[in-house]
Design a binder for this molecule. Structure first.
Ligand code: PHE
Length: 355
């Protein structure tokens, strides 16, 4: 009877070990089930004490042998598992396979161009200045010789904020010393801010964001970047303006660029110019990019109006200076051949990832 029981257990074990997927956990469970403290096997061994000494010897031997066989089989399985778990073929490392590329962040083309510009001007001894994007009417207009009723304010149709601030400077609301805030429409707003705190000689550029209430199209956006230049000293002239700009554009486009000034009007300069550069695509011969004319419009420039110096607290006619305000997007569009200014702020990764 016991003999049969033992043999049945062995058969059962053999069948089961064939069925389970070999793993350390499965083998542990089998070992426990068949030879553990609470197993049937141990129960059989315990019941031997009631047998005759002849039977005890026979069954005891059979039981022990069977138990050892089970352990042996389990041991072999364990060995198999540990041998199989190291697959030399799988573990092999091919050091020639290119690494997995991590997705790193990168700069928007506006930032790339801005950094290029800053590098060039810093190497020419310029300082980089900054100002707030929410600006008072005083700095954005009045200090720039644009009084309240001047039509130039309309040209830069502006996002006004409801909030007003106390101001000593405003000529707008003299009675209650309050003035309106707006999103600055030009980096020129930083001119008087900087000059109030610094005395000539000075040379700065002001790269920064500006806002205008624009009907947007491929060349206009409501949010855009300018970079202002302001150079003030006792002996600064239009020749300096032209030379500096030419040096900058040649470095920026890595080719010889010629500069052209056309008479124009901005209240804060006298004389004022519309500023063109020779076409960077055809070199000035005339092509589609410059609509055949050979020139590309870049922005406004001129000699600082003495009224601006006075607003900033300088003596009239003591200094001269030049200033310009160029569109950063326009330069980026030329450099990277981009045909729609709205792409810069579109947040479209397909666009940004190209740079
Ligand atoms: N601020 C002017 C504009 O935004 C450009 C400009 C700057 C013109 C400096 C002359 C001098 O249109």
């Amino acid at each position: 009877m016991l003999k049969e029981k033992i043999e049945n257990l062995k058969k059962q074990f053999l069948a089961e070990i064939e069925r389970v997927k070999p793993s350390d956990e499965a083998l542990f469970e089998l070992e426990k089930k068949y030879t553990g403290r609470k197993s049937e096997f141990i129960a059989i061994l315990k019941s031997l004490k009631d047998l005759s000494s002849e039977e005890k010897k026979q069954i005891g031997e059979l039981a022990n042998n069977t138990k050892n066989q089970i352990w042996e089989i389990i041991k072999n399985k364990r060995q198999e598992i540990s041998e199989n778990s190291f697959d030399a073929e799988k573990e092999k490392i091919d050091v020639t396979i290119p690494g997995k590329k991590k997705n790193a962040g990168h700069f928007n083309p506006i930032s790339l161009v801005r950094r290029d510009i800053e590098d060039i001007f810093v190497s020419m001894g310029y300082e980089i200045a900054d100002g707030p994007e929410v600006e008072t009417g005083w700095y954005n207009f009045d200090a720039l010789n644009i009084p309240k009723d001047h039509p130039a304010r309309d040209m830069q149709d502006t996002f006004w904020l409801r909030q007003k601030v106390k101001s000593q400077k405003s000529k707008v609301n003299k009675e209650n010393n309050e003035e309106s805030l707006s999103m600055r429409s030009q980096t020129s707003a930083v001119q008087a801010r900087y000059m109030e705190k610094n005395k000539p000689p000075l040379r700065i550029i002001v790269p920064g964001k500006c806002y205008r209430r624009e009907a947007t199209d491929t060349t206009h956006d409501h949010t855009f970047y300018q970079f202002e230049a302001l150079i003030v000293g006792e002996n600064v002239n239009v020749g300096n303006l032209k030379f500096t700009a030419q040096e900058f554009f040649s470095a920026f486009f890595k080719q010889n660029v010629t500069v052209r000034l056309r008479p124009s009007y901005f209240p804060f300069v006298e004389p004022g110019f519309e500023f063109d550069i020779s076409c960077t695509v055809c070199g000035g011969k005339g092509c589609r990019a410059c609509k055949g004319g050979g020139w590309l419009e870049i922005g406004g420039a001129g000699m600082v109006n003495q009224n601006v110096f006075v607003s900033a607290g300088y003596l009239r006619n003591k200094y001269q200076g030049f200033a310009w305000g160029f569109g950063l997007e326009r330069l980026a569009m030329m450099k990277y051949k981009i045909d729609d200014v709205r792409l810069f702020h579109s947040g479209d990764l397909r666009f940004v990832k190209q740079f």
